[in-house]
Ligand binder design. Structure first.
Ligand code: BTN
Length: 248
């Protein structure tokens, strides 16, 4: 059994996992905390982490893939989370490009993938997959401005779930799916990811690299994981990163 470090309180499990990885922790080592004081989300956002409500974990990966493909681990992780939840509770999660777990249009979790210096020597390279999942969160636990847009496994199933069970299944699923990614490449991953893509065909808005707001219809991710969006003039944009919002 690979190492699992359980913490009551920490600043951010991604930060802890990063430090363990620098010290040489092996592939699959994970840090999980009851609560985080400064949980980090994508694009510099904060991930609120109330104790006893959510799963906050970070898993160290040393995948045998080219370092430029490390960002694709976010897609592998999204699938691993969705598959684990389905296996445990029969709930079918949707995925929102590139890193969110959704149920019926409401966000239930997110993934933050961070990497070491990928130009460094192969032995010292690693990625940290940080996963935040609303497990037993009730509506009133969310900030009021999230009441219409957030959900939890509890709100979807009406059952209080064991956070540790959820974590162990996700970690096992992630390690398994990283192995398949190493063996068979990204195409089978993205093909399976597309079956959970809940944005496909929806109208969305994002801010382009130049800071311009663009609206269009999602055509889903291409074989390299870039999101394709068709704007009203018929032009197809390739979105590499950024915040994607569904238009009402
Ligand atoms: C997002 O949706 O923006 C990604 C959120 C990722 C949050 C998790 S919680 C565990 C791990 N530690 C962190 O500081 N962040 C990730």
């Amino acid at each position: 059994m690979k190492n699992v470090i359980y913490l009551e309180t920490t600043t951010s499990t991604n930060r802890d996992a990063f430090e363990y990885a620098v010290q040489g922790a092996e592939h699959g080592t994970a840090v999980i905390a009851d609560t985080q004081l400064n949980g980090r989300g994508r694009l510099g956002k904060t991930w609120r982490s109330p104790a006893g409500k959510g799963m906050y974990c970070s898993i160290i990966l040393r995948p045998k893939v080219e370092p430029q493909n490390y960002p694709l681990l976010t897609f592998v992780a999204g699938l691993a989370v969705a598959d684990a939840i389905e296996k445990l509770y029969g709930l079918s999660a949707g995925l929102k490009w590139p890193n969110d777990i959704y149920f019926k249009g409401r966000k239930c979790g997110g993934i933050l993938t961070e990497s070491s210096d990928l130009n460094g020597i192969e032995e010292s390279r690693f990625a940290i997959v940080g996963i935040g999942l609303n497990v037993n969160t009730e509506l009133n636990d969310f900030h009021p401005e999230l009441h219409e847009t957030a959900t939890s496994l509890y709100l979807e199933s009406d059952v209080i779930l064991d956070v540790k069970t959820v974590f162990l299944e996700i970690r096992q699923e992630l390690i398994k799916q990283v192995k398949s990614f190493e063996k068979t490449g990204f195409l089978p991953v993205i093909n399976r990811w597309r079956t959970r893509d809940f944005l496909y065909g929806s109208r969305l808005a994002w801010v382009s690299v130049g800071g311009r707001k663009v609206e269009g219809v999602s055509l889903g991710p291409d074989d390299e994981g870039r999101l394709h969006v068709k704007d009203d003039s018929g032009k197809i944009h390739e979105v590499m990163s950024g915040d994607i919002r569904l238009c009402k």
